[in-house]
Write a protein that binds this ligand. Sequence first.
Ligand code: AMP
Length: 341
Amino acid sequence: MTAIATLGSHCSLQVLKGAKDEGLKTILVCEKKREKLYKRFPFIDELIIVDSFKEVLDQKCQSILEENNAVLIPHGTLVAQMSSEEIESIKTPVFGNKWILRWESDREMKEKLMREAKLPMPEPVTEPSKIEKLVIVKRQGAAGGKGYFMAANEEDYNSKRNQLISEGIISKDETLYIQEYAAGVLAYLTFFYSPLREELEFFGVDQRHESDIEGLGRIPADQQLKSNKVPSFNVIGNSPLVLRESLLDEVYTMGENFVEAAKRVVAPGMNGPFCIEGVYDENAKFTSFEFSARIVAGSNIYMDGSPYYSLLFNETMSMGKRIAREIKTAAESGQIDKITT
Ligand code: AMP
């Protein structure tokens, strides 16, 4: 029998509930401090208690996973807390493509893959002296938007950067990435590509709620002007969104272009769930500033199924259950190698 394993954070509840619904054994790699929380959920069969998630790399943890014939589901916490080298060294089969996670973490590689996929992107700004329009300044990796800031020119950039350094939020030698700010309606588009069926599914859309940039909108302008706090983009939660139906065709095209580009650039391609993140402007033109090459936490909204999946499946289908279904189908037909790396 195959088991599904993941790290206790991000979207682990949804992933393991979906696996249980598909009749698979569920294993959670759980930090000691969260044991009490995760013990509340009866669909988790086994907890592997660790002090730090990095222990997933240790022989002890990997042997338990191997004994259980486990497939590890990567999510944002794995990407945020481990280096690409560490992720690539995991011996347990990883669902999807662990090699593409490096392309998610490294800004230059990310930009390259997005260009290859012909995704319309905000222009990168190579140095602070070249800031001519409003920009957003980002940190490397899946930092979750913490420590990001907006700047209108070089002087503004320097003063905010210095402030964040003095507050200990960013470090002095950190390489920051500057990108033009794209204004509009936020839309995070989640897909699932099945290498077994060779088919792309559009799962749904969510919006992220980020603090404290969103809080700014609740403060009158005169109070905003008096504040010298640099607002951050720290994700707090997500909410659902459906798109105008006329936008769907383009959404599928973007997803398909991404899958094709990933196949060319990083074998075996973009298998499993992924997300293209961006904004729609006043002409309903999409600009993408980011992708995630694995399940995103925005899919937690749809634990009882998403509107778009209810069009494709005649049953309740969460992303966690979709992943488990793919693994189960692959296991039953001897194709686990096709869906893991
Ligand atoms: P990221 O780490 O790229 O996902 O960015 C975190 C958050 O910053 C996003 O969820 C957006 O709210 C915001 N953001 C990032 N890039 C841009 C951009 N180019 N224009 C506008 N907002 C952005």
